[in-house]
Ligand binder design. Structure first.
Ligand SMILES: CC(C)(COP(=O)(O)OP(=O)(O)OC[C@H]1O[C@@H](n2cnc3c(N)ncnc32)[C@H](O)[C@@H]1OP(=O)(O)O)[C@@H](O)C(=O)NCCC(=O)NCCS
Length: 265
């Protein structure tokens, strides 16, 4: 699923909602007030957390909490990317309790060959792909409600490549799809390696448990490797047992965790 940096779809993540109130000079952002399920959203992106000391995090978090309280308070979600030991304790100072872990997994490329019949998406497939996405992600807080407009919006992004959006058919139906995304080297400093992301992958519930997920992932990884990256990457909920069973078997290992917390401020 997509990642928690104001864009993900498959790895799940943070949506860019509300009005951004402060981001400079520190890399922690607060969004709100909002009418949604939370009034405030505080985000510490993984790449910023990596270069932030615990003292800086504490200070900036205190500032964001103060902003939210001054704006009337309410329910607040906090995402800490690349969470470090001690962050839970620090977040707990303001009453933040963890409720969701999103893992970033990585593997080396090339991966073993897939053997599954796949082809790039065409415009005619889009409605069916959205149905598969909705059915497969009915349980997911962000991904399940991807609309045709959301899809079109992503198709206009510079990274979008229909050759990397693979579908698998069975009995004349789209049984599953694997949508990939290439991150060029240097795209997300301080990391400078090119990565190939399994951006969204889904098998329709009618076809789950049949062993399609593994080879479908491998088909996506083969495409990604053909575009250059030597590292495969994806985001997955820590409690998505079916997906994690598939990824573990393919050699994916956890690289870091993005953690969501909630508090009433
Ligand atoms: C994750 C997913 C792609 C795996 O595809 P799949 O074709 O079902 O994969 P498999 O058939 O290899 O099954 C994977 C595991 O889940 C179990 N499983 C899958 N569907 C199941 C079902 N409906 N009932 C019981 N078990 C099921 C399988 O037994 C297997 O577990 P095991 O390895 O311990 O035997 C698919 O389940 C899916 O689309 N899930 C919803 C969307 C999603 O979570 N995408 C990944 C986001 S990162």
């Amino acid at each position: 699923m997509p990642a928690p940096e104001a864009e993900p779809l498959s790895g799940g993540g943070i949506r860019d909602e509300g009005r951004q109130l402060a981001s400079e000079p520190v890399a922690i952002q607060i969004f709100g007030p909002d009418e949604g399920e939370v009034t405030w959203s505080i985000e510490v992106p993984a790449r910023e957390r990596l270069v932030m000391s615990p003292g800086d995090l504490a200070e900036n978090l205190a500032g964001a909490v103060k902003t939210a309280r001054a704006g009337g308070g309410g329910r607040c979600r906090l995402w800490i990317g690349h969470v470090a030991p001690g962050d839970d304790r620090l977040a707990a100072r303001w009453g933040f309790a963890p409720y969701r872990d999103l893992w970033q997994l990585r593997c080396s490329l090339p991966a073993p060959p897939s053997g599954l019949d796949v082809r790039p998406i065409t415009a005619d497939d889009e409605a069916s792909v959205l149905v598969v996405n909705r059915r497969a992600f009915a349980w997911h807080p962000e991904q399940g409600d991807m609309s045709a407009a959301d899809l079109r919006e992503r198709q206009r992004e510079p990274w979008y490549d229909p050759a990397g959006f693979l579908v698998h058919e069975r009995g004349g139906r789209i049984a599953g799809f694997c949508w990939t995304k290439v991150h060029p080297a240097g795209a997300a400093p301080p990391e400078d390696v090119a990565m190939g992301e399994i951006y969204v992958i889904a098998v329709d519930p009618d076809f789950q448990g049949l062993g399609i997920g593994g080879p479908l992932t491998l088909a996506g990884l083969a495409h990604l490797h053909s575009r250059g990256p030597a590292t495969g990457m994806l985001y997955v909920e820590s409690d998505n047992d079916a997906a994690n069973a598939v990824y573990r078997r393919l050699g994916f290992r956890r690289h870091h965790t993005n953690r969501a917390y909630v508090a009433d401020l």
